[in-house]
Design a binder for this molecule. Structure first.
Ligand SMILES: CC(C)(COP(=O)(O)OP(=O)(O)OC[C@H]1O[C@@H](n2cnc3c(N)ncnc32)[C@H](O)[C@@H]1OP(=O)(O)O)[C@@H](O)C(=O)NCCC(=O)NCCS
Length: 432
């Protein structure tokens, strides 16, 4: 499945029919064709960005070449070749547990023109993506979202939460580990390749991570055309041998009129081990002329506050980040090993059909799961979105039971909670 060519899969006929009934056309867009400019223009408009320059179009064309671009067209429009709906998708990899990756249908670039919203275009595009992915054999689809209110209705659940951290560095001293490796600055031009190589290591360490792509590393490095303040991007690497074990990409900006209390923003921090993580954070916290360090997409269980003399110098905002959609229950449950045995009848409600059914879920003493269709009365009932949320262990089943999103006898919920506990807290350190 990892060798599926996303471009070659047919367009979903049910979505094509639903859109045709609205006098709209559903069509693939050729990354190398003339339609790409209009596609990108629609995407940037949808995300409230400016009109792309020709340099940005060419940069994005390179970046998006591996992706399948699908547009929805209103041929009655004045500019009939600019799509009124866009979505792109590709075959990615999800880390399902430390050291293990599985194929995932990744979705991005979902926009509908403000002139055409609330007519079911997003619904047609999203359900079309899910049917396409399921027909190609994918057990999971995933995305990162602009708003948490959109995708639950199509069975996506927030499975990975991350933290935005803000540290008042004037309140703290470093009290954590002091690794013996060295720090070196990296040149901006070498950063994309360095980030790509390191991320290939770090993304395998924690569940929830997904593969990156060259355009992402260029963006993180401040090298994409039109990037405001791109030349302010700096990067430092931690290493003990030749290759970096950690890289932090950051920029510093004045905040207020006190030049000794500027704000350091961490654009990316990839660390292959605890030493690299500590050394890079210490570099940021102890940086001269800086009063605040901010970082997003940090692990929800970050050890940072335990390495500082004042816990309250760290303000933390947790946010849903990686949303998953289960398309095949037995295959999805088999992507990871589990913390405790389980044997119960699980009812999954899924109006779109992919995960619908009652399943006898068994986890043996080795932590290996299997799921067989069953016609028993369920012990525990949940919907496809809730199952996606608990899959990697980023959300506790008993919390969802408290919230009313999982129903069943207390013993069943407790057993589910013990079994799905993660070996490592999930994280996703990129947007896609
Ligand atoms: C979000 C967006 C794609 C929705 O497109 P749309 O074609 O208007 O959506 P649909 O008409 O198919 O609506 C489907 C359902 O989603 C709901 N919905 C749509 N946008 C929503 C939003 N922003 N918040 C909450 N619900 C939303 C609709 O009310 C409808 O609900 P229903 O299932 O109860 O009928 C569109 O508003 C948009 O382009 N927004 C800006 C870009 C963006 O945020 N994209 C998402 C990137 S992750």
């Amino acid at each position: 499945m990892a060798d599926v060519d996303a471009h070659s899969l047919p367009l979903d006929p049910a979505s094509a029919d639903a859109l045709a009934a609205e006098h709209l056309e559903y069509a693939l867009v050729d990354n190398d064709g003339a339609g790409f400019d209009a596609f990108l223009s629609a995407v940037t408009r949808g995300f409230l960005d400016g009109e792309p320059t020709s340099e940005q179009v060419e940069d994005s064309r390179t970046s998006l070449r591996p992706r399948r671009l699908t547009g929805v067209f209103d041929r009655g429009a004045i500019h009939r070749d600019v799509p009124v709906g866009t979505v792109d998708s590709w075959v990615s990899e999800l880390t399902s547990e430390p050291g293990r990756t599985v194929p995932m249908w990744a979705i991005s670039g979902v926009t509908v023109a403000p002139t055409h919203r609330r007519r079911g275009i997003a619904r047609a595009m999203l359900t079309g993506e899910l049917r396409t992915a399921a027909a190609a054999g994918f057990a999971l689809a995933g995305l990162t979202v602009s708003e948490a209110t959109i995708y639950g209705r199509w069975g996506f659940g927030p499975a990975v939460f991350t933290s935005d951290l803000s540290v008042d560095t004037r309140r703290v001293q470093w009290s954590g580990r002091r690794p013996q490796g060295r720090l070196d600055f990296l040149h901006q031009d070498e950063l994309p390749d360095r980030l790509a190589a390191l991320h290939e290591r770090t993304r395998r360490l924690r569940p929830g991570e997904a593969a990156g792509w060259p355009g992402l590393w260029r963006r993180m490095s401040g090298l994409r055309p039109g990037e405001d303040d791109g030349r302010k991007v700096r990067a430092v690497a931690y290493r003990r041998a030749d290759e970096p074990d950690g890289i932090m990409v950051y920029s510093v900006a004045e905040k207020g009129d006190d030049g000794s209390r500027q704000e350091l923003t961490i654009r990316a921090l990839f660390a292959a081990d605890d030493d690299a993580y500590a050394a890079l954070w210490r570099f940021a916290i102890e940086h001269d002329l800086v009063g605040t360090v901010v970082a997003s997409l940090q692990p929800a269980d970050s050890a940072l506050r335990w390495m500082l003399t004042d816990h309250r110098a760290v303000r933390e905002t947790r946010t849903d980040h990686h949303w998953l959609r289960i398309l095949d229950v037995p295959a999805a449950l088999a992507i990871r090993s589990y913390a405790a045995p389980l044997d119960l009848a699980l009812r999954v409600e899924d109006p779109l059909g992919f995960a619908e059914g009652t399943w006898r879920v068994t986890i043996d003493g080795d932590g290996t799961a299997s799921a067989m269709p069953s016609d028993e009365a369920p012990d525990v009932t949940l919907d496809a979105s809730a199952l996606a949320s608990i899959l990697l262990g980023g959300v506790r089943p008993d919390a969802l039971a408290t919230a009313g999103a999982i129903h069943g006898d207390a013993a069943g919920v407790a057993a589910l909670t013990r079994a799905f506990a993660p070996a490592v807290t999930p994280v996703l350190s990129i947007w896609y």
